[in-house]
Design a protein around this ligand. Structure first.
Ligand SMILES: Nc1ncnc2c1ncn2[C@@H]1O[C@H](COP(=O)(O)OP(=O)(O)O)[C@@H](O)[C@H]1O
Ligand SMILES: [Mg+2]
Length: 283
């Protein structure tokens, strides 16, 4: 993929984010208490607690296999779990599927995509919780979908089948579907791994704008620690399925914690706005 064109950069994004996700009542706080997940008889998450304020951005970090994706899948309700997941004061497990989908949107790390479906129709699936049973999508659903595709630089691919996209394009389409859902809580599993630099910035800036404009509550896993530290206002380090550290980025991104939990030698500097920057150092 070529370097990002100038119009892919966040400064060029039109100020119409409210078209994408409505404001006002979108605020929601996410609370998790004593969450546990067992897969194949093995505990994969234990005693996980977290609290993301209205409009907060929590980045979950941790080595491969630490349980990050499992945590997001549990929060999204696609895995059985023990403990409580609450949006405001509502236990998510008590919600009907459709109501849950209006509150919580989830973009998985590696979703199975129907190869023959077009980009537009796939993103439109995000509107399912608003379309009446046995009904068809309305104009508003198509407009929201088109607007999200536009924001993610995907309009020209709208009629392309998913089987004929690059990895980065597929990843943005999965994000488009989640954004089209207009839920106040957004769960994104490694949303930038397959993206070139320009599109990483575009996606994270878009999510940040939605968060600031509309109070979206965001939980992402991000394996680029500096990127996580730049965007998130809170961080949680998972290690072997347990919370090893949590707090503001500077409390979690320390040389000691990274050495211990990633077995990596790094130097942590201070970037713009006092945010930590993590640099790999050769042993
Ligand atoms: N469906 C599954 N059945 C059994 N074990 C699983 C399953 N999915 C993931 N795991 C295991 O759970 C652990 C955490 O996986 P995951 O949450 O994907 O880690 P991360 O996203 O942090 O890399 C790993 O040891 C993984 O092998
Ligand atoms: Mg993962």
């Amino acid at each position: 993929m070529p370097d990002a064109a100038p119009d892919a950069l966040p400064d060029a994004l039109p100020d119409v984010v409210s078209d994408v996700v409505p404001g006002g009542d979108a605020m929601s706080r996410l609370t998790v208490r004593d969450l546990s997940v067992v897969l194949d008889g093995r505990p994969v998450l234990s005693e996980v607690g977290l609290d993301v304020r209205d409009g907060g951005w929590l980045a979950v970090i941790g080595a491969n296999g630490a349980g990050k994706s499992t945590l997001l899948r549990a929060l999204a309700g696609v895995l059985p779990y023990g403990g409580d997941v609450l949006i405001d004061d509502t236990p998510v497990r008590r919600l009907r599927h459709r109501d849950r989908a209006r509150l919580l949107a989830y973009a998985p790390q590696t979703p199975a995509l129907p190869v023959d479906m077009t980009v537009f129709d796939y993103a439109l699936l995000g509107r399912t919780p608003y379309i009446p049973y046995l009904g068809r999508e309305g104009r508003c659903d198509r407009e929201v979908t088109a607007s999200v595709l536009e924001r993610l630089d995907l309009s020209r691919l709208a009629s392309r089948p998913l089987g004929r996209l690059s990895g980065g394009e597929r990843q943005r389409v999965v994000l488009a579907r989640a954004l089209a859902q207009q839920a106040p809580v957004l769960l994104l599993d490694e949303p930038t791994t397959a993206l070139d630099l320009g599109h990483q910035q575009q996606v994270l800036e878009l999510v940040d704008r939605l968060r600031l404009a509309d109070g979206l509550t965001v939980v992402t896993t991000l394996h680029d620690l500096s990127l996580a530290g730049q965007y998130a206002d809170a961080m949680m380090l998972l290690s072997a399925g347990r919370v090893a550290a949590s707090g503001v980025p500077a409390e979690v991104l320390t040389e000691e914690l990274i050495a211990e939990h990633f077995e990596a030698r790094v130097r942590v500097g201070t970037g713009p706005a006092g945010r930590p920057e993590v640099h790999l150092e050769r042993p």
